[in-house]
Ligand binder design. Structure first.
Ligand SMILES: [Zn+2]
Ligand SMILES: [Zn+2]
Length: 271
């Protein structure tokens, strides 16, 4: 088991326990059942990720053996290369996430993440195995283009898993702390808006680690009344659709009209 997986599992257990004591949205029912369903899907995705992982290693080794990638082209030493590839890989994650919302074929898979009618730390791991496979294949090309090392990839994934567990969590983070964190990373206040059933809000806050990209590319959005956010996409959020084997079939279902839930307020309000 890789170090990012071990750290992620420890953080998941700690956050899941903390959500029981300090929930942002109180009164959650069937928290264990919700978590078990998300984690069952996550286990299937983890199996696909494990099978596909050697492709990532091969891509890094292929690029290193042939001096491919941005780091080599710019003649950077390891500290500059490490910092640049960390930041640019996060920019890539922003672009890939945005594409998952805007390309109908990719949305068929990514909407599995968004049909969770509740939101907590287990939502961070709720991805269709098809999305994991597609993102792994795309990541191979990006790793070669950047000339990113395996060590930096593992470091990025470790930071990423901690940040995404945190920003999906149902933890009652004090508003001032959240606002301070928001200057650098994507905190719960941003990602809860991303899970809203209102389309203009779903199609905002695509950032994974750094909040910078949403500010830069004008997709940053906050709500004054986060307690009123309704999670989901307005379809496929019934209890029957939460069963892991049914979620596997969701990409085969028609893409619902995503204009019905309407939109409101300007995208890009900064805070
Ligand atoms: Zn999304
Ligand atoms: Zn999410």
């Amino acid at each position: 088991m890789s170090i990012d997986t071990i750290i992620g599992l420890i953080a998941l257990v700690a956050l899941f326990a903390a959500e029981g004591f300090l929930p942002a949205y109180a009164g959650r029912e069937q928290r264990l059942r919700h978590g078990a369903e998300n984690l069952a899907l996550a286990a299937m995705s983890a199996a696909v990720a494990a099978v596909a992982a050697p492709l990532l290693v091969l891509s890094v080794e292929y690029a290193a053996a042939r001096d491919l990638g941005l780091c080599h082209a710019l003649g950077l030493g390891w500290p500059a290369c490490a910092a640049l590839t960390f930041v640019l890989f996060d920019l890539w994650m922003y672009a890939w996430h945005r594409a998952n919302h805007q390309v109908p074929f990719l949305w068929r898979f990514h909407r599995v993440h968004h049909t969770d009618p509740a939101m907590d730390s287990t939502t961070a791991l709720r991805f269709h195995p098809g999305e994991i496979l597609l993102s792994t294949l795309a990541n191979c090309l990006v790793l070669m283009a950047l000339g990113m090392s395996l060590g930096m990839l593992v470091l990025y994934k470790t930071v990423m898993v901690l940040v995404i567990l945190f920003h999906h969590s149902n933890l009652d983070v004090p508003a001032r702390l959240d606002a301070r964190l928001r200057r650098i990373i994507v905190p719960p206040s941003m990602h809860r808006v991303h899970h809203s059933a209102v389309r203009a809000e779903t199609d905002s806050n695509y950032g994974t680690v750094f909040s910078l990209w949403d500010r830069l590319f004008r997709s940053f959005r906050l709500r004054d009344d986060p307690e009123a956010i309704r999670f989901g996409i307005g379809a496929y959020d019934e209890a029957a659709w939460q069963r892991p084997l049914r979620l596997l079939r969701l990409p085969l279902e028609p893409n619902q009209s995503r204009t019905a839930t309407g939109a409101d307020g300007p995208v890009g309000a900064q805070s």
